[in-house]
Design a protein around this ligand. Sequence first.
Ligand code: MLT
Length: 314
Amino acid sequence: AVGLAGPAMAQNFPAKPLTLIVPFAAGGPSDVIARLLADHIGRTLSQQVVVENVAGAGGTAGAKRLASADADGYTLLIHHLALAAAPSLYSNLGYDTLTAFAPVGLVNTGPMVVAGKLALPPVDGKAFFPFAKAQADKLTIAHAGVGSNSHLCAVLMSQALSAKFAQVAYRGTGPAMNDLVSGQVDILCDQSTTAVPQVQGDKIRAYAVTSTGRLDVLPNTPTAREIGTDLEMTIWHGLYAPKGTPGPVLDKLNGALKAALKDPTVLDRFKAVGTNAFPEAEWTRDAHAKRFGDEVAKWAVSLKAAGVTLQSAN
Ligand code: MLT
């Protein structure tokens, strides 16, 4: 952006509403967390934060939108580990993952829930995995596009069971969950954020959680390991601005994010759906930048080892 230099710009920031890009469809876990944050950050900064869902290509369409936005702090992106996995999955993202973004701060971290439609025969996790292995070619598994958490969970599950499911891609797990509830698809591995309320409402069945221990909010659901399946997965969301956003503006945004993560109301909402804020020591921009770099490197190694071939993002 042309005009005011860093400190002066930060003093007046924000002077107009902000846009928070969600790279998946409305109603999914990224959207739920984004709206919770948008509301709180908006109150802290005395400006409206408007959520915009820019879905497509496993969350990379929304990332591309941020990469080309003005670096003035008025356009932000919430994204999860898929932002770090994307360069190992897609050939033509239209941005350079390591240089396009300015990390603002880490948001939440939590497990996935392996869930099935109510009409599936297995009534618990113990019965589910052998069933899923035996019937894999007849079962559909929904996900939010290549590289999304739900997709990576489906891939890990296939590996763990040595079974291949028929995959059905959506623009987010919001619409995928709707189809699981109505029985159009058989299985969905979704973030606890949106899976837990559906399980508690008896709309879907939880077979396993991908954390190392059970969730307080789903005490009867075993971990995948408990039922003998080597499936562990922890997701995380972070908040991003475009690279080149002035440091003082990033600090202001980071401060507003911290205020949200300190608020007991926000923490209660997180807790109710089995997700967590990061420990306070990791609320800095530096901690987010470090995790992001580490995760890009980690996914490059593990996806290469898994023999993944790059596909086009367009
Ligand atoms: C969503 O909000 O739809 C999810 O974060 C997509 C996913 O990664 O599974």
